[in-house]
Ligand binder design. Structure first.
Ligand code: FA5
Ligand code: MG
Length: 450
């Protein structure tokens, strides 16, 4: 059956997440019950779960004790941890209630593992670290987007007071020599610095130092991706000896993050398209300074685990990670203990999709006593549909928009595809869920049905 409606979610005054109870506050509190319920799942720590297996494979590329692993941080963080400590401007769109799940004015569900950068730099327990965790974002609904996914953060630092002669560039270059080599040609067409978007941090380190850090960062991450694809290919060939794969293609793309400069994203060519797998860069010196370790310099990255797991195991739909069906889970038994036993996922029979459309007028003015809901945001539609329809919702897409020529009112039409991953939904079942979704759209978004 579909998950329960989050009816009471805005009227309760506390919420308990992983055993800790927090006060909730209007108008910030916007976490539906189905999301609260999933905060305890911790898929990245569940033995033999594909998310945990992928985490282990990434970790294997960043060995202890150089890298210390942190996998237990709570998803409830402060706005300071998630945004301020990283230099996000106060008006950054990521801070909006339409994009982020808040408990109250100060507390939210982390939107990325970078929320723990400042604290982990401050703890200063090792040269490098890896942090894996569940992260939360209000977003679109389709096969590769789910409001909860998993990230792995990584960082490596060098201390100016500890390297020979204080020569960071030389120390980093020496460490590069110790990294494994790979023979994949990586496209890297952009200049390493960009004067406005990605300036060199001239006040804090030299061009040679930044270049060495960038090199160490890129080689470390390329090695990880090569390892993942080598394992995926070995698994596919074991499964089908005639399997012919395309050679791995990777490229570096210039990016922007408020907490790194220069910054890059790594893309991998997959199924006819470039897929972004991670963001990274040279850590802004302010982070080290604010964390009380001003003599350190280094790099950081953040990778999406779910996307990598989908590639690795050929998992067609991101919702499958949340399945408790044995036909899904049993396929990975034993892999955590022996990563070489990895094999691709074999989909169980695919059940038919049940598309239903809904059109409604957008109420663009605030309801009496209203708050930020005054302005229509598509993520509100996405979340409402997910809250009511649960994981039976496969995708939600805008199929039509119409502005009435006289009144100027706008209407929108969405197609919702319902599909249960484990059995066939009957027409009556689908209609019943869809009717509740339609009703909720009217009640909650003020969307009068067309
Ligand atoms: C970040 O979250 C930065 N914190 C990454 C970072 C860390 C940069 C450290 C520099 C230094 P971004 O929003 O691009 O960046 O997400 C990082 C990765 O998470 C993406 O490359 C992608 O692999 C994954 N990701 C992002 N959004 C989703 C999503 N909705 N579903 C699945 N994976 C996602
Ligand atoms: Mg990105």
């Amino acid at each position: 059956a579909a998950s329960t409606e989050p009816k009471e979610s805005t009227s309760t005054s506390t919420v308990t997440i992983r055993g800790a109870t927090h006060p909730t506050q209007k108008p910030w509190f916007n976490v539906p019950k189905n999301i609260v319920a999933k905060t305890s799942r911790r898929l990245h720590l569940q033995n033999d779960h594909p998310i945990a297996i992928t985490r282990q494979i990434i970790q294997a590329n960043f060995p202890q004790p150089t890298y210390k692993y942190y996998n237990e941080y709570s998803p409830v963080v402060t706005t300071k941890q998630n945004f301020d400590s990283l230099g996000f401007p106060v008006d950054h769109p990521g801070r909006a209630l339409t994009d982020t799940y808040y408990l109250n004015e100060k507390l939210l569900l982390r939107t990325h593992t970078s929320a723990h950068q400042a604290d982990t730099f401050r703890a200063n327990e090792s040269d490098g670290y890896l942090i894996s965790a569940d992260v939360y974002r209000r977003d679109a609904i389709d096969r590769s987007h789910y409001p909860i996914f998993h990230q792995m953060e990584g960082a490596r630092s060098w201390d100016r007071n500890k390297v020979p002669n204080g020569d960071i560039a030389a120390a980093v270059m020496e460490d590069i020599e110790r990294l494994p080599k790979h023979d994949v040609v990586v496209e890297d067409p952009n200049p390493p610095m960009h004067p406005e978007r990605n300036p060199l941090q001239e006040a804090h380190h030299s061009a040679a130092e930044a270049e060495a850090l960038g090199k160490h960062l890129k080689r470390s991450l390329e090695n990880m991706v090569v390892d993942i694809f080598t394992r995926a290919k070995a698994a596919a060939i074991k499964d089908d000896p005639d399997f012919v794969d395309e050679p791995l293609r990777m490229r570096w793309v210039e990016a922007y993050f408020p907490f790194t400069s220069p910054s890059w994203e790594l893309e991998v060519y997959y199924a006819g398209d470039w897929l972004e797998v991670l963001g990274c860069g040279v850590v802004k010196q302010e982070l080290y300074i604010n964390a009380n370790v001003p003599s350190q310099v280094g790099w950081a990255f953040g990778i999406g685990i779910d996307r990598i797991a989908m590639l690795l195991f050929k998992i067609p739909d991101i919702r499958l990670f949340w399945s408790e069906d044995e036909r899904f889970l049993s396929q990975f038994t034993g892999v955590s203990a022996s990563l070489d036993t990895l094999k691709p996922f074999v989909p169980f029979s695919k059940h038919p999709p049940s598309p239903r459309d809904v059109s409604f007028w957008i109420r663009s003015t605030s309801p009496a006593g209203g708050n930020d809901k005054a302005v229509f945001h598509e993520n509100d539609v996405m979340e409402l549909v997910r809250s009511i329809g649960g994981d039976e919702v496969e995708s939600v897409s805008l199929i039509d928009e119409f502005v009435h020529p006289k009144t100027g009112r706008k209407s929108v039409a969405y197609r919702i595809v319902y599909r249960h991953l484990e059995r066939t939904l009957t027409g009556a079942e689908t209609n019943a869920i869809h009717e509740r979704v339609r009703k909720a759209l009217v009640d909650r978004l003020g969307g009068e049905l067309r």
